[in-house]
Design a protein around this ligand. Structure first.
Ligand code: ATR
Length: 271
């Protein structure tokens, strides 16, 4: 059986093994997909061992996406734009990196949530690793406006500079998010995971906004509950997780799996 893993730290609660098992059960792929806990600083050694022993592919989550990108011998344009990889494939002994996070977010917003990104006013909260992977795919959808707001504004400015050739992108501090309304507000900060408050002006989220948190489960609640109370439509990032997995599955196996039944089944557990 071909072996796949998701690498991270922590990793025990990852849903990726069951998502990939569900995709495989829709077709004829015989795969073993498990979790691999890697200690800080040990990514390359563990990944090398996994691939040397015949491992076919890996997904990579926090905090190793930059390590995975640097580990690979080949990198896709998407991974290079992000400077980070959530996907590695063993292609005849050559380890190739890709990044399917941005496509996962765009697919969830457009297909699952019915958002029209072309011409939309989009706000991203945060400027860390989670954002780096999604800026280029979002700009590709030609939004009317893409604003990156971050507590440390220099990090938002750095991202805006890096991606300026791909489309109009603005960088602002969290406290100075422009008024005028956003169609989509994506929370990509780690504030709630850290149990901290996210200090944004009240005008940011209004009726008619889709408030989206890249996290799912309890970590997404603080932002989404507040947005819901302000009259916004809300979504956690469970669909993004399933869609990025589907793109990983397609890259490995050459078949696009059905995401809707897998997402619906997970949704019953993460309402
Ligand atoms: P990740 O890879 O998950 O994005 P990261 O690179 O550590 O992790 O980035 C975390 C993001 O959450 C950053 O944008 C961070 O803001 P700073 O750049 O100012 O640190 C943001 N963040 C974390 N805690 C926050 C809080 N309490 N309020 C606002 N932003 C927060």
């Amino acid at each position: 059986m071909d072996r796949y893993v998701v690498i991270g730290n922590p990793i025990s609660h990852s849903l990726s093994p069951e998502i990939h098992a569900a995709f495989a059960s829709q077709g004829a792929e015989a795969i073993a997909y498990s979790t691999l806990l890697v200690p800080a600083g040990e990514f390359a050694a563990y990944a090398r061992k996994f691939f040397d022993e015949g491992g076919k592919g890996a997904n990579i989550t926090l905090p190793f996406k930059v390590d995975a990108f640097q580990f690979a011998q080949e990198t896709s344009p998407r991974a290079r734009l992000a400077g980070a990889a959530n996907f590695l494939a063993n292609r005849g002994g050559v380890i190739a990196a890709d990044n399917t996070d941005g496509l996962g977010l765009v697919a969830d917003l457009t297909r699952n949530l019915g958002v029209q990104l072309r011409g939309a006013r989009v706000l991203i909260l945060g400027a860390g690793g989670a954002v780096r992977g999604v800026v280029a795919p979002l700009l590709e959808m030609a939004p009317a406006r893409l604003v990156i707001a971050n507590r440390t504004v220099a990090k938002a400015q750095e991202l805006a500079m890096q991606f300026q050739t791909l489309g109009a992108i603005e960088a602002v501090p969290l406290a100075a998010i422009p008024a005028g309304g956003f169609d989509v507000v994506v929370n990509a900060t780690s504030s709630s995971t850290r149990g901290e408050a996210l200090d944004i002006p009240a005008h940011v989220i209004a009726r008619g906004t889709l408030a989206y948190d890249m996290a799912y489960g309890p970590s997404a609640r603080a932002f989404l509950d507040r947005a819901g109370a302000a009259g916004a439509r809300t979504s956690d990032g469970l669909g993004m997780l399933v869609e990025q997995a589907a793109e990983s599955f397609r890259l490995w196996h050459g078949r696009t799996p059905q995401t809707a039944p897998v997402l619906a089944a997970l949704r019953r557990r993460f309402p």
